[in-house]
Design a protein around this ligand. Structure first.
Ligand SMILES: [Zn+2]
Length: 483
């Protein structure tokens, strides 16, 4: 397998050429890796009377039925999505024959192992749904490194940077994407493991010790670490960049992080977002704030469809993201309905910031699952979108950290829902004024009223959110008694 260059030709090709090469790559991938070795897709293609050759163009690919998370949750289904090589079929591949001729059969066997033997696993991170395991082979780990290193290349990250990876140490994509990105790119990184491993205090100590140039992690956690660092009078004057992933980061959150970095002695840092998917086994980055996520068209094909009808939508339309990897091994899903909705769209035109022509996902991405997983749909009889709530609170002036608590009046299961908003203030604003403002903004944007706003110190909020005890900070907690 050829090593994939970090600055591949794919970054500067015109739209038509990208799509033509993607169609070739797709057929090659289906023919050589997926159809011979994926029990699920072999059966599906047979049933639909399709083959790799059915897709002359990417438009033809719409003939293939979608795969959804429900397909992966069927009992025993997961293993049918893992590419499981049949040595007899592998032996007939032209590349195998050549390889055997020149390198010998032991080298061929090592090649198969590298390509197909699962070595690592991450899982989807749904709060209520069962996590679905995704297996990585050595081939996938190399692609994970390539994707991550390209991301660092897009930021023009200097090789002498020091990065702290504050993503939670867990079988989730973010920590490992960051780890493999740094090692493939050749830049120093240390994984703190996030809040549960070292606590906010341990992360602040690391900040003092490493004096990092870049931080990568989840917005809420980084916010807590930097707030605590400011409280302790830490100086962190080399910081140039914060790379966020794992949860939403509205403009207000980026602004707060920039202000905190400024207080630590690093003015004008850039705060950039990444978007990753367990099912893609990689993440993508912005090149500048608001540029859109730059996709790697040789590794992934993204489509946008109508979330209700599944109909393909034209370029630049908002809709649901549908994913097909073009070079994955291990667990593989094709035309996968991600449930993620983008409010901008997929664009192939040249990026106005960096000039690259790779496809970009522009706009905010909302996880469909956020609404369902929070099980808030019956809250006060109003359908609540977690993203909308977070957006209101993260963009609110004077608000530092926050948590929304749902209770029942007097803890009586038959009583009405009660909504309590816990916040820490960023400045000396009057509490009654801020409470009134928050309530108005809430009502305006979500048709919900907060029953009570409770003010706390930053330290108290860290306790409420479970920094240092929970894997992920708890922004919304449901304390309604179970009926
Ligand atoms: Zn760009």
């Amino acid at each position: 397998m050829d090593p994939q260059p970090l600055h591949s030709k794919w970054q500067s090709l015109p739209r038509g050429e990208v799509r033509r090469l993607q169609a070739i790559k797709l057929r090659h991938y289906l023919r050589g890796a997926v159809l011979p070795f994926s029990p699920h897709y072999r059966a599906l293609f047979r049933k639909e009377r399709l083959s790799a050759e059915s897709f002359r163009t990417l438009k033809d690919f719409q003939k293939l039925p979608f795969t959804s998370k429900a397909d992966l949750l069927e009992p025993e289904a997961v293993k049918n999505f893992v590419l499981t090589p049949d040595t007899a079929v592998l032996a007939r591949r032209p590349s195998t024959l050549l390889h055997a001729l020149f390198r010998g059969s032991a080298a061929v066997r090592r090649g198969f192992e590298r390509e197909f033997r699962p070595l690592m696993m991450t899982g989807t991170t749904g709060r209520s749904a069962d996590p679905v395991p995704f297996l990585f082979t050595q081939h996938d780990l190399e692609n994970l490194g390539v994707a991550g290193a390209r991301g660092l290349g897009i930021y023009n990250t200097p090789r002498d940077f020091r990065i702290i990876n504050l993503f939670p140490y867990a079988p989730h994509l973010a920590f490992w994407q960051c780890h493999y990105a740094a090692s493939a790119y050749g830049v120093f990184s240390i994984g703190s493991g996030g809040g549960k491993v070292l606590g906010a205090a341990g992360n602040v100590r690391l900040l003092r010790k490493i004096n990092p140039n870049a931080l990568a992690g989840m917005p809420t956690f980084i916010y807590h670490v930097l707030t605590q660092a400011v409280e302790e009078g830490v100086r962190c004057e080399n910081l140039a960049m914060i790379i966020l992933g794992g949860e939403k980061a509205p403009a207000g959150m980026r602004k707060k992080l920039r202000a905190l970095a400024d207080q630590l002695g690093s003015p004008n840092i850039s705060v950039v977002l990444t978007y990753g998917l367990t099912e893609a086994k990689m993440a993508w980055t912005e090149c500048a704030e608001g540029s859109g996520y730059h996709l790697y068209p040789d590794l992934v094909l993204m489509e946008i469809v109508d979330p209700l009808t599944g109909a393909a939508l034209p370029e630049g339309s908002p809709g649901e993201l549908v994913l097909t990897p073009l070079d994955a091994r291990g667990t593989v899903v094709l035309r996968y309905r991600t449930g993620d909705i983008i409010n901008g769209g997929l664009f192939y035109e040249k990026c106005p910031h960096c000039g690259r022509t790779m496809p970009r996902l522009v706009g905010e991405i909302a996880r469909n699952s956020d609404v369902k997983e929070m099980q808030l749909d019956k809250l006060k009889g109003t359908l609540v979108n977690f993203n909308e709530l977070a957006h209101v609170l993260d963009n609110a002036e004077h608000v530092g950290a926050w948590q929304l608590e749902i209770r029942k009046v007097r803890d009586d299961p038959l009583e009405l829902d009660e909504l309590i908003l816990h916040v820490s203030k960023l400045d000396g604003v009057a509490e009654d004024r801020l409470a009134r403002q928050l309530n108005e903004r809430f009502a305006e944007r979500t048709e919900l009223r907060v029953n009570r706003v409770a003010f706390h110190t930053e330290e108290e909020i860290r306790g409420l959110q479970g920094v240092g005890t929970a894997l992920k900070e708890q922004l919304i907690v449901d304390h309604r008694p179970k009926p």
